[in-house]
Write a protein that binds this ligand. Structure first.
Ligand SMILES: [Zn+2]
Length: 186
């Protein structure tokens, strides 16, 4: 079942997720629905906050054609896709960073350059509760950093340069106002 994607201005996007403790059928169903929603919206990642749930859960789907370095070699051939990250935590960020235009399903038609670590190490649990340690580099590492930010209530606009944020200021204000009006918030 496709879920409604929450837009900027919805207070749930600012909530830190609570850890997942039950690895049951309800969790599997939620993950299925999140993957279906991410694919329908043509996103490469989706966090629980974006479907209205402040939980430590996100899904990532990086197409193989995006998972390549400048020479066209696969960067993360061992990362299963879609990647379901339950209670993920980034444990290491490379000091090397790179900038790229990012978008976010919660900010329709808005993009901006964001600097992020080139590679990361992270831990997570899968749908059975088993713990994993993994590494990611390049675009997949970027997407995972973006999604884990969501789980902590951090949005990509928080990581934009002040100049870019000011440039988007009017559109951000309008989006926030429209979202809050739809939710019946003052
Ligand atoms: Zn996002």
């Amino acid at each position: 079942m496709q879920m409604e994607v929450r837009h900027y201005g919805d207070p749930v996007l600012r909530e830190k997720g609570t850890p997942i403790e039950e690895f049951d059928d309800a969790l599997k169903k939620l993950v299925d629905d999140m993957i279906e929603t991410m694919n329908a919206e043509q996103g490469v990642g989706l966090a629980a906050q974006q479907v209205g749930l402040a939980r430590m859960l996100c899904v990532v789907q990086v197409p193989a054609e995006y998972d390549v370095d400048e020479e066209g070699n696969r960067e993360n051939p061992d990362l299963p896709m879609p990647l379901v990250l339950v209670n993920p935590e980034i444990t290491e960020h490379s000091s090397e960073t790179w900038s790229m235009d990012e978008g976010c399903l919660s900010f329709p038609e808005m993009t901006g350059p964001i600097s992020r670590a080139c590679s990361i190490a992270f831990t997570y649990q899968d749908l059975t509760g088993a713990r994993h340690e993994a590494r990611a580099t390049g675009f997949a590492a970027r997407v995972i950093q973006h999604e884990v930010d969501h789980l902590n209530g951090v949005l990509f606009i928080d990581r934009m340069s002040a100049v870019k944020r000011i440039a988007l200021g009017g559109r951000l204000k309008r989006m926030k106002r429209e979202t809050r009006a739809q939710l019946g918030l003052a």
